[in-house]
Design a protein around this ligand. Structure first.
Ligand SMILES: [Zn+2]
Length: 246
């Protein structure tokens, strides 16, 4: 006769085996981390009950929705996301923490590459995309100390703390900040190389004080002056990617 204890021990070990098997069927860490990071970034501006749709997620990751759904189901089995078929996906607390730690590594690496290694801010994103999955916590802690525990990366993106907490910040963009009033640029939200070069050449990098001189809705253009520089005119889309103090 099998005692209750043995049955309990057996079912417990089977659960462990299943979990182990699941872990080994999981895709590579970098894929998991990229999914978590992307969901995190999309859901950041959402209400607590709002879900990230598969279409949104797939588009951001550059995969077909079917691929995203298969992956999200695996993440759901691991307890990293809550998946509701036909509605969408949201990170669990564990998933959120893991995602924040990926962003933390990414942003510390970017700042390290710029400040310590002297790289240009337009070339560090791609390097950080690769390194964020392989650097150890020890190395990140050391880089963080060397940089003096920074709050933001070279693009002004806030760095989550070592607990994975990310502060919520309110910003204006060049589309809705007050006209003809000095404002400080805090963040640039597009990491495209050409866009970052345009920002650098136009002296619109984080930390710069600027003034929006005109905003022409009909021409869809915004004209900005930075110090004694000639005014720079840009389209509404570019203006929406430059965040200033609120
Ligand atoms: Zn980056």
């Amino acid at each position: 006769m099998i005692s209750q204890n043995i049955i309990f021990a057996l079912s417990k070990s089977q659960a462990l085996v299943r979990r182990f098997a699941r872990m080994h069927l999981m895709p590579p860490t970098s894929t998991v981390e990229n999914y978590l990071k992307t969901i995190y970034q999309i859901q950041w501006g959402f209400r607590a009950d709002e879900l990230v749709s598969m279409g949104q997620l797939a588009a951001k990751l550059g995969v077909v929705p079917g691929t995203a759904t298969t992956m999200v189901k695996a993440l759901s089995d691991s307890g990293l996301v809550v998946y509701e078929p036909y509605s969408g996906v949201r990170l669990t607390e564990a998933g959120e923490k893991l995602a924040a730690m990926v962003l933390r590594r990414h942003r510390i690496i970017e700042l390290f590459l710029v400040r310590v290694m002297g790289m240009n801010w337009s070339e560090v994103h791609d390097e950080a995309e690769k390194l964020e999955h392989v650097v150890s916590e020890t190395l990140i802690t050391r880089m963080d100390e060397m940089l003096g525990r920074p709050q933001v990366d070279p693009h002004g993106d806030p760095i989550p703390d070592s607990e994975g907490t990310l502060k919520r910040e309110e910003y204006h963009t060049l589309l809705d900040c007050p006209i003809d009033t000095p404002v400080v640029i805090l963040r640039v939200t597009d990491q495209d190389v050409a866009f970052l070069k345009f920002i650098e050449e136009s002296k619109l990098m984080p930390g710069q004080t600027i003034k929006v001189e005109t905003r022409d809705i009909a021409a869809e253009s915004v004209s900005v002056r930075s110090g004694a520089q000639r005014p720079v005119t840009m389209g509404m889309l570019a203006a929406s990617k430059i965040l200033v103090q609120s």
